[in-house]
Each structure stands twice: as C-alpha cells, then as structure tokens.
Design a protein around this ligand. Structure first.
Ligand code: PMH
Length: 369
C-alpha cells in the first residue's frame, strides 16, 4: 500500500518489476511443469506482502506461502484468491477459519486432528516431513503412517501437498542436502496416492539443485533479488535484480571545527574542519547502531556514517558542502556506485534475509512498477 502521507523524506522503494523479472527468470531456468510458490511471509521479507503477492501472481506464481495464520488471513481478506499455504505451525483453533477461507495449513502431528471438530468445508493440508532441518515435521516413517491413517479417516481433510525444507541447500558441501533429498524420496513412497503438490526446494535449491524441484519450488529470498549465500552468488544461472532500495535526503549540513564531537557518547571527534550532514533515519527505522561506519551514497560517492546512530537520525562525514534536500541512497544504486543489502549484512555480520526484515513500519514502502 502506498503511504497516505509522509513528510519525512525517508522511504524504501520496492521495484515490483524486479520481483516479476526474478520470477520470470526462475521460471525459464526450471522446467515449465514446476510451479512457483512465492514466499511472502514476514510482510514479504519486509517488502510489503500484498504488493509482492500480487506482483508474484502476475508473474506466474501459482501459490503463496506465509508463516502464520494471521498473515494468510490478511492476504485473503485483502482480496487475494490464489492458493495460500501457512508454512508454520497453526493452532487447531485455526482449522475452521482456514477451511472457511480456503487457506491451506501445514500438518505434522496426528494429535492435532483430535482437537478439531468436523469441518463444514474441506480443509486442505500439506504434510511436513523433517528430513534434517530439525524444526517442524514428521521425523519417522511410522509417525507418517499414523498421520496418514488419521487423515484418511476424516472426510473433511484433503492432502493437497507434502514437503520438506533443506538446511544447507545454499552451501558448497552437498552431503547434508543429498541426505535430506534421499530421505524425502523415501517418505514419499509411503503415500498410497501421490499428493497434488510435492515441494522441497527453497531459492538456493531451485537455483542450484535441479534434482530437488518436484512439483513446485518455494521461492523466497531470490524473488526479492537477493542471493541465499555467497556460494550461490557465484553459481547464479541468471542475474538477480534486487527489489528494495532505501532512500533519504540530507536535512542539515554544517561545517564543524577540528576537535568537535558528534552524537551520543561523543565517540567521534573531527580530526580537522569537517562538513557533516544529518540524515533523518535511525535505529527506530531499522538502521541499527551496528551500522555506524557504514557508507551511504551522496552525489554518486560514498561517505561514512560517523558516531553513534540515534533513534531517528544519524550523521555522515562529507568532503564538502551539499544542499539541504540532497538525495541519499542508503541501499541501492546512485550513479555508478551501489550499496547492496549484502554489504549491510556483512557489516552487521548477518545474512541478507535479515536486512529488509528489520526495516520497521515507520519506513514507508513506495512501489514502482
Ligand atoms: N520454505 C520454508 C519452509 C521456509 O522457511 C523458507 C524461508 C522458504 C521456503 C524460502 O526460503 P528462501 O528464502 O531461502 O528461498 N525461511 C527462512 C527462515 O525461516 N529463516 O530464514 C529464511
């Protein structure tokens, strides 16, 4: 949703065309018969769930996946009619609502069904198999048999899919990946009837492991134009287009004399007369304090954030005066320079997934097609 108003010039620009291109390129890379499930959990990795969901469906994704029942309800109630799967654990109390709203849930415990009454409408479920992620899913073949028996006794439950999740698909060492894949294939033998949709691959697997595609892939991080890992970055069969930029403008500029201190704790002292710009973005926007020292782009050049990042603002050392209102790129491209989400992730010693997710609601998302 475009923000109703914003008077502060800080915003995240989300290029929906980039999202579409990433899906179209993936579709060209994988076989035509393999469906794309667009993973739009966590507000589409911070990019905006409704807008990304619609862009992904327009680009040919056939299903959406979210983490929680509430995320699924939000999409459905906003008018999205495509299949939606909740990947995380749903409480039994959600079953009736899920069937009424035609939302699919992930199941992996036979006792889950003890807690749900007979449903007036069919509930479609996907069975989760834990082949080595150690998070959710059936962990033995006998557990799976009991779960299948329980489901087959119910007229109101339909098995639409079965899936697993890889822990190491983005790593060079394929041993765990291969073990998980073989285990998953073993579990599939226990299904008397093949479910409509068997799926296992995340972005990494769908890009580098064509033996893991089955009926559908769950495309998350790379739909947003980001590589799952440095290893996958070096093996990309098509370029990924990052969808998110983070932009602001200079709101104050001053020349300060040598020996002046900047920001809380007075941790930065100017070593000569210096031009300092103030930017209206801070840790309450997701620009957390670990980003002190990170560079930003102004007039196509890199300048460092100095001193501590405040809640709503931070300061940058310039090499001369710039105008108030001068555009600043925190993430994205300006001229021939680029600051990537991967660069922030490296600075914060984390993974690229975390970066768009930590941008808070205070940062308006503005969409371009
Ligand atoms: N399927 C499941 C079950 C997931 O949890 C995720 C991502 C995806 C697919 C998409 O993976 P991708 O973004 O690598 O393509 N889940 C998470 C997670 O729980 N933490 O980081 C990513």
């Amino acid at each position: 949703m475009q923000p109703k108003y914003f008077y502060r010039p800080t915003f995240a620009k989300v290029d929906l065309n980039a999202i579409k291109k990433n899906i179209l390129n993936l579709k060209k890379h994988i076989s035509h018969s393999v469906e794309v499930i667009a993973v739009v959990k966590a507000n589409a990795y911070g990019h905006g769930d409704l807008e990304v969901a619609n862009a992904a469906l327009n680009a040919g994704a056939s299903m959406l996946a979210v983490a929680t029942p509430d995320e699924a309800i939000r999409l459905r109630e906003s008018g999205i009619e495509s299949p939606i799967l909740v990947l995380g654990a749903s409480s039994p109390s959600f079953a009736a609502v899920a069937s009424e709203k035609d939302i699919m849930v992930t199941v992996f415990q036979k006792d889950w069904f003890l807690h749900i009454p007979t449903l007036p409408q069919k509930l479609n479920v996907h069975i989760k198999i834990d082949t080595g992620m150690g998070r959710l899913g059936v962990t033995t073949e006998s557990e799976l048999s009991l779960l299948l028996e329980t489901i087959h006794q119910r007229q109101d439950i339909m098995i639409d899919g079965v899936f697993t999740h890889f822990a190491t698909a983005d790593e060079e060492d394929e041993s765990q990946f291969r073990q998980q894949l073989e285990k998953f294939k073993g579990y599939l033998q226990h299904f008397p009837v093949k479910p409509r949709c068997i799926h296992a691959a995340n972005s990494a697997a769908s890009i580098v492991h064509e033996n893991s595609l089955f009926d559908a892939v769950r495309f998350g991080i790379s739909m947003y134009g980001l590589s799952p890992s440095p290893y996958v970055s070096n093996k990309l069969p098509f370029p990924l287009q990052p969808a998110l930029s983070l932009l602001t403008q200079v709101v104050h500029v001053k020349k300060v004399p040598e020996g002046s201190t900047i920001s809380y704790g007075a941790t930065y002292t100017t070593s000569k007369d210096e031009w300092i710009a103030t930017l209206p973005i801070g840790y309450a926007d997701g620009m957390i304090r670990g980003l002190s020292g990170q560079e930003v782009l102004i007039q196509g050049k890199r300048f460092p954030i100095i001193g501590r990042i405040c809640m709503d603002q931070c300061m940058v050392r310039l090499n001369g005066q710039v105008s108030i209102g001068e555009p600043v790129v925190l993430i994205g491209r300006q001229g021939s320079e680029q600051i990537t989400i991967e660069e922030w992730a490296q600075k914060l010693q984390t993974i690229s997934y975390e970066i768009p997710c930590i941008l808070t609601n205070r940062v308006p998302r503005v969409y371009t097609q």
